[in-house]
Design a binder for this molecule. Structure first.
Ligand SMILES: CC(C)=CCC/C(C)=C/CC/C(C)=C/CC/C(C)=C/CC/C(C)=C/CC/C(C)=C/CC/C(C)=C/COP(=O)(O)OP(=O)(O)O
Ligand SMILES: O=P(O)(O)OC[C@@H](O)CO
Ligand SMILES: [Mg+2]
Length: 233
């Protein structure tokens, strides 16, 4: 079983986006710690299976970040289950989860399931709009979610999500200062070595998504940049 607590860098591949074999090979052989498959819209079972099979040619961990019940497929190393802590709708905090467990609970291998407490901060992102996230939060608000994630709910992961835009490092730093056991993921707008290094100072794991499809050579450079950053100032 892979230990996500040891990871520092993840590439997130979107099943709803095309990636050529050559680019996929570069991503999978980049030295990243894991591939996470996930996205907000257009995530179908067929697209997830197809992408998983292509990633499976390479010997690195492959995680499904569940966004819909219908696209869950066996064969991943781990399953990350998002719960959007700052959603204004119970559906995205625990409602969808309740439906899934009620219907499929007897099939679930809980050792493979890792819950991510999401805090979504880019109001213009598709994921913020989908989940009705309350994005107007300051560092104190996010620090409170961090404490709740760790101390109240004992969540393994807190994910600060700026999907599509670069976030505020002070907010990430403040969250990190309130965490001892919960692993802090940062994702959003990492499109350069400088941004990757800055967030790696505070987050335990830096997630890199869109730049894979926009500028693969910059995407690849983020791997060593993150790994060379000592972190947690
Ligand atoms: C192995 C096997 C076959 C098991 C079967 C048993 C089973 C069904 C287990 C599942 C148990 C369970 C509790 C499932 C949860 C079900 C569920 C649908 C929960 C809701 C998850 C959720 C909150 C989704 C909302 C959207 C979201 C937060 C998605 C996460 C990914 C994300 C943030 C994508 C954004 O990515 P990005 O690339 O920025 O987006 P776009 O580029 O597309 O804009
Ligand atoms: O696509 P970007 O903006 O890199 O964000 C990565 C990830 O946090 C999305 O869920
Ligand atoms: Mg994306």
């Amino acid at each position: 079983m892979y230990d996500f607590r040891e990871w520092k860098h993840i590439f997130k591949l979107d099943p709803n986006k095309e990636i050529k074999d050559e680019a996929l090979e570069q991503i999978c052989e980049s030295g990243t710690d894991a591939i996470m498959i996930g996205g907000t819209d257009g995530v179908t079972l067929e697209k997830v299976i197809n992408l998983m099979a292509r990633v499976r040619r390479y010997p690195l961990p492959c995680v499904l970040e569940i966004s819909t019940i219908d696209s869950i497929t066996p064969g991943f190393d781990l399953y990350f289950i998002p719960s959007v802590l700052n959603s204004s709708s119970r559906d995205w905090i625990l409602g969808q989860h309740h439906l899934a467990v009620k219907e499929f609970g007897h099939w679930i291998n809980w050792q493979e399931m890792i819950v991510e407490g999401y805090c979504i901060l880019n109001e213009n992102s598709k994921v913020a709009q989908l989940t009705n996230a309350m994005t107007k939060l300051d560092a104190e608000d996010v620090a409170a979610y961090a404490q709740m994630a760790e101390k109240m709910f004992h969540l393994p992961i807190l994910y600060i999500e700026y999907s599509g835009t670069y976030g505020n490092p002070e907010i990430v730093k403040s969250a990190k200062n309130h965490l001892e056991n919960t692993i802090l993921f940062y994702g959003g707008g990492i499109d350069s070595v400088a941004k990757a290094c800055e967030m790696a100072n505070y987050a335990d794991v830096v997630v890199v998504g869109n730049v894979i499809y926009e500028n693969i050579s910059e995407a690849l450079k983020t791997v060593q940049a993150v790994k060379a950053t000592v972190g947690n100032d």
